[in-house]
Design a protein around this ligand. Structure first.
Ligand code: ADP
Length: 455
């Protein structure tokens, strides 16, 4: 069958919804096609935190001194200066506006009294959506898109871009339950299909180290489709070998452990021998490699109730806590002996390690691994011990675009009618994406794509 719209958006994650909303507000007829049975992509299952320098919560908390320039510098440096300076600057200049747009136009609720400071950031600048996951973002984006008359078709997988004789992109071929559907796009096509973290073959093609040993935190839909479809008509890619792993994930399903955010408040990592082996606040790639080098290729995160009282981690991620417990991947008990016994760790070794941690916390000095925030005392139970393993989390590389989100070919010329935004682009994060920068990126450039395709 055939369908016609002004704008066809491929992929219903944060970038796709942002593009669709802007295009609809510009008066265009818009469809979003989504291959999975439900919308949301990685945006839905992420923590949903979003960096915005100079934001209203910073003002409320009295956090002064943050600026567009500092955020720009942090982001460039965090990616070993491999991001595109012009586009990173655009992100830094517009992240706050994007957050305000989510708040005021889309109706997203952010916590008013708390911010995250992820690794590599000079300030606490990441807004936290209510519920501490991307669900708040996706629910509100979806509702806004529907309100504006955007058509959203699930179970509809784009397979091929269609070009006219002048090579302009004029539509998409898709598969809907075994039927070919052709979507004609009068203005253009916006690709927002996310990254390729769930596609092991594609990972290995660009970075052989990212093989089967790594599960993935990503949605099963993150298979790089948009990148491959665009490449098939001559689009250029960049930075494809840069693949980020998240160190503390579910060792059986690969899911990200948001419960383990207690790591930012003093939880420690230990191996099967009951010993620490890495600085717990080192870069994601460093910790991931260190965990894989331990016996069995996994580790445990240990914290106590006092640490959780600071993080409120169990409260915010109750479902994950219960699920891990049920799977036998987490234990909570009053004493170190008990938690050690659950995982067959030598209790004497674990106690020895924790005694050291307590001493280092007191001395405010960690001679073993130089914990940058200073260790927290784990003197008192109850204790929580969680088994963890690194998972592929984000693919930094992807399509080459310009600041207007036009997809560029190998010669650097825009492919007419084709736009891209979100994780499938490779312009922002360089070798290493900083926490809280994916949402800022996808909303900012998703909106740009929606405006540009509507022109
Ligand atoms: P971003 O963060 O860039 O918005 P997400 O992962 O949140 O990326 O969303 C990408 C969405 O695109 C996912 O919901 C995914 O299932 C969808 N998707 C991926 N490939 C296709 C395809 N070939 N056709 C339609 N939708 C797709």
């Amino acid at each position: 069958s055939e369908q016609s719209y002004d704008v066809v958006v491929v992929g219903a994650g944060g970038a796709g919804f942002s593009a669709a909303i802007e295009a609809a507000q510009a008066g265009k007829s818009v469809v979003i096609i989504e291959k999975m049975p439900a919308v949301g992509g990685n945006t839905l299952i992420s923590g949903g935190e979003m960096n915005a320098p100079g934001n209203w919560v910073q003002k409320k908390l009295g956090i002064e001194g943050d600026s567009v320039e500092t955020y720009y510098q942090d982001t460039m440096k965090g990616g070993d200066n491999l991001g595109n300076p012009e586009m990173v600057r655009y992100l830094a200049e517009h992240a706050l506006e994007s957050a305000e747009w989510l708040r005021d136009v889309v109706g997203v609720k952010f916590l008013e009294d708390k911010l995250f400071q992820f690794g590599g950031h000079s300030y606490k600048r990441a807004l936290i959506p209510e519920g501490h996951t991307g669900q708040e973002l996706v629910t509100k984006l979806n509702a806004k898109a529907e309100e504006l008359g955007v058509k959203i078709l699930v179970n509809t997988k784009a397979t091929e871009l269609i070009q006219d004789d002048s090579k302009r992109v004029v539509g998409v071929k898709a598969d809907h339950q075994g039927q070919v559907v052709t979507f004609h796009a009068k203005n253009g096509v916006v690709l927002t299909t996310g990254g390729f973290g769930s596609n092991v073959d594609m990972r290995k093609q660009y970075n052989p180290e990212m093989d089967e040993r790594y599960l993935s935190t990503d949605s099963v839909g993150s298979t790089g489709d948009g990148i491959v479809m665009a490449q098939a008509i001559g689009a250029a890619v960049t930075n494809m070998s840069s693949i980020q792993t998240y160190p503390v994930s579910n060792p059986e399903t690969g899911e990200i452990s948001l419960l383990a955010d207690t790591r930012f408040d003093g939880a420690v990592l230990i191996n099967q021998e009951g010993q620490r082996f890495v600085e717990e606040l080192d870069r994601r790639d460093v910790i991931s490699k260190a965990i894989l080098a331990q016996p069995g290729g996994y580790a445990y995160q240990l914290w106590n109730q006092k640490t959780d009282d600071i993080s409120h981690s169990k409260e915010h991620h109750q479902a994950e806590y219960q699920e891990l417990k049920k799977q036998g991947l987490l234990v909570e008990a009053d004493t170190l002996e008990e938690v050690a016994a659950h995982f067959d760790i030598d209790p004497a070794k674990l106690k020895e390690t924790v005694a050291k941690v307590n001493q280092y916390a007191k001395d405010k000095k960690d001679p073993d691994f130089n914990h940058r925030a200073g260790l927290a005392s784990l003197e008192e139970g109850p204790y929580i011990l969680e088994k963890v393993r690194p998972s592929v989390h984000h693919t930094m590389g992807g399509l080459v675009t310009d600041k207007d989100t036009r997809v560029l070919d190998e010669a650097g010329n825009p492919i007419e009618g084709l736009y891209a935004a979100g994780e499938l682009t490779g312009m922002i994060h360089g070798s290493n994406r900083l926490g809280g920068n994916a949402i800022a990126d996808i909303i900012t450039f998703g909106r740009v794509a929606g405006k540009m395709v509507s022109k």
